[in-house]
Design a protein around this ligand. Structure first.
Ligand code: C5P
Length: 242
């Protein structure tokens, strides 16, 4: 179960230098299966950051949240897949056609069920968006309604799952069924600081609620002993998976 938990633990590599990222991968690769690379680190270091993580035995979640015309997103997704990332994502607000184009391009070059095929996820509504943020851009529906609606659209487009806050897991499970993957940040062990996260769940609670993968950063990186903190999270996840 620990190995299964390791493959579901994603460490948020929220650093801005290649050497620092390299140090974290070195420290954590025995406990963490997947390392999340976001816009800052990727813009700074480029594809070399993905190659470095993979050469050290880690998998990569390339968190670039593509949102553009369908062909551009489809081609960008193919480049991510060619780099060998395990997971990448797009914005569901880019629409059904855009998401379908990304899924179809992957299906063609990286057929479902083959080992090199990455998981393609959507982000629905960013947790930083409020009802007012949505109204400002002309979306009059509440966030609680938009999240499962966009998740269903991602499912219809052939995506593998979504990134969502722990409190959205239940509604997404209901809308999209058991096989649709849910990746959740906003996870905090019971004894960890909340930092700027507001609605959190513990690792066990998130798994039991139906999350498939957990994204965790500061509870590991800011701990006095990051390896031990990651180990504790893994055992909690493994227990919940049982
Ligand atoms: O340090 P922490 O565990 O809060 O890191 C969570 C990671 O997940 C960060 O990289 C953050 O940008 C990302 N994230 C989030 N909430 C979202 C989407 C992504 O915290 N809704």
């Amino acid at each position: 179960m620990i190995e299964k938990a390791k493959q579901r633990l994603i460490f948020a590599l929220d650093v801005d230098a290649f050497e620092e990222a390299e140090r974290w991968v070195g420290v954590l690769h025995e406990k963490v299966g997947i390392f999340k690379v976001g816009k800052q680190l990727f813009t700074r270091c480029g594809p070399d950051i993905v190659r470095m993580i993979r050469s050290r035995g880690g998998d990569v979640f390339l968190d670039l949240k593509y949102h553009d015309i369908p062909n551009t997103v489809a081609m960008a997704g193919l480049e991510a897949a060619r780099l060998g990332v395990r997971i990448f994502n797009v914005h569901a607000l880019g629409g059904l056609e855009m998401m379908k184009a990304a899924a179809t391009a992957l299906d063609r070059d990286f057929p479902r069920g083959t080992p090199g095929r990455p998981l393609l996820l959507a982000v629905t509504i960013l947790t930083s968006s409020s009802e007012q943020t949505l109204r400002d851009v002309g979306i009059e529906r509440p966030v609680d309604e938009m999240v499962p609606r966009l998740a269903r659209l991602a499912l219809e487009a052939g995506l593998d799952g979504v990134v969502a806050s722990p409190r959205e897991v239940e509604a997404i499970r209901k809308a999209c069924g058991r096989d649709f993957l849910i990746v959740t940040p906003g996870v905090r062990p019971a004894d960890a600081s909340l930092d700027d996260q507001k609605r959190v769940m513990t690792p066990a609670e998130a798994i039991i609620a139906g999350a498939d993968y957990l994204v965790i950063g500061r509870p590991i990186s800011a701990a006095a002993d990051p390896m031990a903190a990651a180990g504790k999270i893994l055992s909690e996840m493994a227990q919940a998976l049982e």
